[in-house]
Design a protein around this ligand. Sequence first.
Ligand SMILES: Cc1cc2nc3c(=O)[nH]c(=O)nc-3n(C[C@H](O)[C@H](O)[C@H](O)COP(=O)(O)OP(=O)(O)OC[C@H]3O[C@@H](n4cnc5c(N)ncnc54)[C@H](O)[C@@H]3O)c2cc1C
Length: 581
Amino acid sequence: EIVESFHDLPSTHFDFIIIGGGTAGNVVANRLTENPKTKVLVLEAGGSPDGDLNTIVPLFCLRATPNTSIDWNYTTVPQAGYNNRAVHYPRGRVLGGSSSVNFLAYTRGTADDWDRYARVSGDYGWSWDHMQKYFLRNERWVEPADHHATTGQFDPTVHGFTGVNSVSLAGFHTPLEDRFITAANQSQPNSKYAFQLDHNSGQQLGISYVQSTIKDGERSSSATSYLAPQYANRKNLYVLLHAQVSRVLNSNKNKNSRPSFDTVEFTDGVGGPLHRMQAKKEIILSAGSVDSPHILLNSGIGDSGALEDVGVEAVHHLPSVGRNLSDHPIVTSFWLVNAKDTDTFDLMLRNETVGKEAFELWQTNRTGPLVDTVFNTVAFVRVPPDADVFKKFPDQDPSPGPNTAHIELVPMPGHLFAPFPDTGHYVTISAGLLQPTARGTISLRSNNPFDAPLIDPNYLSNDFDVALMREGIKIAREVLTLPAFDGYIISPLTNSTTDDEIDEYVRDSALTFFHPVATCAMSPQNAKYGVVDPDLRLKGADGIRVVDASVLPFTPAGHTQAPVYAVAERASDIIKCHWNI
Ligand SMILES: Cc1cc2nc3c(=O)[nH]c(=O)nc-3n(C[C@H](O)[C@H](O)[C@H](O)COP(=O)(O)OP(=O)(O)OC[C@H]3O[C@@H](n4cnc5c(N)ncnc54)[C@H](O)[C@@H]3O)c2cc1C
């Protein structure tokens, strides 16, 4: 049952208390309550996404964040690498978490990525091969909204058709998609723009069709899928909305022995009374890469010295909490193009009447431009070994293997970000830096647990990352010189040409690609560094596990929701096995 007030909870004890009804938390809630004897409570700070079109209409992902009631509305600290700009740092504050507000792209990362997770955690269970069953358990492949024939647009042998969370190809065709696919088909098989049948096959390099978490023209989130009514109505599952957790508490009164966390402190309205509830078996911390470390730090779990500096009593010295934050920077460029009104989304974005018509199409029968996210095709590209960056830094390649991209290109049909130009048609290409080496931090601003944390991704803080990002901009420009774009491009909206000018454009305009990880990173069982062990248990303590994006020690080469779903599926198995449920 999903309830809105603390007083609607039964007085019974819960076996598991899950902090955060987001992408990962709802998977664990669903899987643990498959056994009717297991009682689970989910505490979610946000409300229900039901009826909120910004969480339902796929293209309205453009409006879901930032600065909305379903966003935590975080901002980074000023970023030296971004010319001292502080940038928005959206996170979903609503049931489904960031899966309710994200841009819906479904990318698993590569075999190289997962094999690196296995290597650095010392647990083969996190390898690509072993994780396949969890991807399949998550995924329910469905037809695109327009039911077009999809043969040759993906590889059915690598997909799941009976999982929980719906995934499909784009359901509104765009001429820009044709140009990218033509560019791919015209490229030599070994070219960086060659056609890739399926970027979720373990291989990703080249241009491919985008897969996204959409069913029948509507967003599929962890709230609509894992908490669909047949699951949310289970008698052994309670989800409390508007419940913001402040801390987890150590019940071991002997301060010199191993801490044991079994109590969660929360309020069901910030400023209101604090409640405490005890988990009989475990607390599962699934508040995401910003808030999971934030809650641990508020609880006195982190670097003791740093905690005491802000007036928080240190309970468990675990210096890696909130450290190692890794996120993809992204830089967006725009070009004026030769196109018809119906070829791009420009008219729809700048003209209210055309916008309304598009919405009516969606409302009437789930067709038209609103049924998809912002891109139908994607390019995952490796920067060639003879590029300037590798001449300057000959022995540095932070990618996990030869089949993994350094750069992701996201091509969009129109000037999709405000302020919208009054006239003209555009193409937008965002270049994401998939292999950043910079590491940042989440730390406490004060000892008030309801204060926002300090978020410092430390973007572009070293010359290598800047040089690799510059290659990304060059690749975004290069792709548009392929024959498939002949006669299409009129002019770029930015005129940076020298390396210094490109770097300045990057520093002036880069943002987050929304993929923070590693703030509660897993490490081998006996390693002194790291926050959780390979079974995702908090190191050196009992009673608490972290299950969300924060446990991934490196960013995957792509978007993070599919990896988080798979981590949560495997974590559920680990927990069930541990408790024999
Ligand atoms: C704008 C945006 C666009 C993105 N686009 C894509 C994309 O296209 N494809 C993709 O794969 N990934 C994308 N991502 C990233 C992806 O959505 C996230 O990596 C993933 O959803 C994170 O899952 P999670 O479970 O770690 O955290 P979340 O899903 O964020 O869940 C955390 C939950 O915990 C709750 N919570 C936090 N603190 C507390 C507290 N103190 N008490 C109670 N509850 C709390 C939150 O409200 C939230 O519901 C995007 C993210 C954003 C924000």
